[in-house]
Design a protein around this ligand. Structure first.
Ligand code: NG1
Ligand code: ZN
Length: 526
């Protein structure tokens, strides 16, 4: 009862934007930062419920809008589940004078023991609105008597790391020291181990999207040895610089380097996004053509390397290695994985939670969205096999040790641009590859992604891992007949989970065919 009163009083400090309906989307709640107070408050209440339900497990809340413009912000739970997203939506839409009642109803509906402890950690990216929203979250957690730690500025993956560490502390699955420093130590030490006997060639220019990844990369570099990193776009003072003409999303969607880039021909470049959970690589080739190495490329590189190591370690038959992609993966990458790497592939719905979940079905699950968000998961069995196999030769021992170090280098909790970057650097060093050789593994099909504004995107219902539409009626047939007219034509349309729009993707054997197919399908959609 006292808690209910505290919730009511705290909630009434805020004003709900009129007529706005909130929905927990692909990446949590995300919108103009001015509209978010009551949403963040609701997520605070939800985090408290979820932690109590899990008998005091640590729950993470991240305040970020990732690659969105600087004026936006957002909030997401670390590791939410489908039904909890519905509870989040319910709380976020409750009138403020009723929110304590809705909280109470949820306590009953979810069967939460209110006397259980609740523990929450939270952090935010560098957006100007972040500190205000952290204050709102603080108020919701205080009202519900939650034990919490405010980690201030962190990348999204750093917060995931801390949550995993805290929840495995003292168990046989202990993940690491639950601090930012512990995160750097784990990366630096495992990178050193993976790099035994090899050297990174040349320098790496890292565009930090003027976001939280900038200062965090600099922090990492204080103890990281063996890579010559040039940090660019790390201005977190000017609030409007975030994601502006830079960052992984810019590079991937515009298919060009940030205009500020001064990198030379064949120089290795990478871009992070605003909360440092996405990573893409790129370079300028000898003819000054921009060459992108996106999430599909990172996935194929990682899968091929881990496959080689498993064979060299003599444990390939004991590990089921697989790759998880979405419909946005370039068809050539899918072909390469199936025909050259000979690995199984699962295609899932868009959104990393779907990919992550599917990856857990493999012993080693490599998952990446084309836009650069992804990681590698290792099953309990994989960790055991890697740890307990007796090497029969020095070569086997070296492979086993490298695999062991990889399991520490890779942030298995979530896609992590900094960890993925060290992974790519290590693999390129092992293979002795420049980005040109990496690009040479296969040739991407030209592709086009178009955003189509429609009256009501909810009528676009997809199936078959979002590769087909069941409604509106007839549209799927139209798309199929269009794509059949193009050499290697493939196209699909789906409602975005983060924006009020439908996305159309098309690829085909040539640039003009891909563009043409995309335009025609977009016309059919609108
Ligand atoms: P939506 O808006 O549902 O297409 C976008 C990205 C996803 C994912 C989420 C979360 C594309 C085509 N879609 O989802 O991959 O990253 O945002 O940020 O890139
Ligand atoms: Zn992001």
């Amino acid at each position: 009862q006292a808690v209910k009163k505290a919730i009511s009083e705290a909630a009434l400090q805020y004003t709900k934007p009129e007529g706005k309906v909130f929905e927990y989307g692909t990446a949590g709640f995300r919108m103009n930062a001015d509209l978010l107070n009551t949403v963040v408050f609701a997520v605070g209440l939800l985090a408290s419920l979820r932690s109590k339900k899990l008998s005091g497990q640590w729950i993470g809340v991240m305040i970020t809008a990732s690659h969105n413009p600087a004026g936006d912000n957002g909030v997401k739970l670390v590791d939410p589940m489908a039904e909890w997203e519905a509870y989040a939506t319910k709380l976020a839409n409750a009138p403020l004078d009723k929110i304590a009642d809705v909280y109470d109803e949820l306590v009953k509906e979810i069967d939460v023991k209110v006397t259980n402890p609740a523990r929450v950690v939270f952090a935010r990216d560098t957006r100007a609105s972040g500190s205000r929203l952290a204050g709102v979250l603080n108020a919701a957690l205080t009202a519900t008597e939650v034990e919490f730690v405010d980690f201030k500025f962190m990348t999204t993956p750093q917060l995931h790391y801390v949550v995993r560490c805290k929840n495995t502390l003292g168990t046989q699955y202990e993940y690491g020291e639950p601090t930012e420093q512990g995160y750097y130590e784990k990366l630096v030490n495992s990178f050193k181990k993976v790099m035994r006997g090899v050297k990174v060639q040349g320098s790496l220019t890292v565009d930090c999207a003027n976001g939280v990844g900038g200062p965090k990369l600099r922090e990492l570099m204080k103890t990281l040895a063996g890579i010559d990193i040039k940090v660019v776009n790390d201005d977190v003072i000017n609030p409007d610089a975030l994601n502006f003409d830079c960052g992984a999303d810019y590079v991937k969607t515009k298919q060009r380097a940030p205009p500020s880039s001064k990198a030379g021909t064949l120089d290795r470049c990478a871009s992070l996004d605003g909360d440092a959970d996405r990573l893409v690589y790129y370079f300028q080739d000898e003819s000054n053509v921009f060459r992108l190495l996106d999430g599909d490329r990172i996935a194929t590189l990682a899968a091929s390397f881990i496959g080689d190591l498993a064979r060299n370690a003599g444990i390939a038959s004991k590990l089921k290695i697989g790759v998880v992609q979405t419909a946005y993966a370039n068809g050539s990458s899918t072909d390469y994985i199936e025909k050259v790497l000979k690995l199984p592939i699962i295609c899932t719905n868009t959104g990393v939670k779907h990919l992550h979940h599917a990856a857990l079905r493999f012993d080693v699950g490599v998952y990446f969205e084309a836009n650069g968000h992804g990681t590698v998961t290792f099953s309990e069995n994989a960790l055991k096999v890697i740890k307990n196999t007796e090497p029969q030769s020095p070569a086997q021992q070296h492979a086993l040790e490298s695999l062991q170090a990889l399991t520490d280098l890779i942030n298995q909790a979530v896609g992590d641009a900094l960890s993925d970057m060290l992974l790519v650097e290590a693999i390129l060093a092992h293979k002795g590859w420049s980005p040109k050789e990496w690009l040479g593994t296969y040739t991407d099909l030209p592709s086009r992604l178009v955003r189509v504004e429609v009256n009501d995107r909810s009528i676009f219902k997809a199936y078959d891992a979002e590769r087909k539409l069941e409604s509106p009626a007839g549209l799927q047939g139209t798309i199929e007949s269009l794509q059949s007219r193009y050499n290697k034509g493939r196209s699909f349309a789906r409602a975005s989970g983060t924006e009020d729009a439908v996305r159309v993707y098309a690829e085909a054997a040539s640039r003009s065919e891909a563009d043409d197919l995309a335009t025609r399908v977009a016309n059919a959609v609108s």
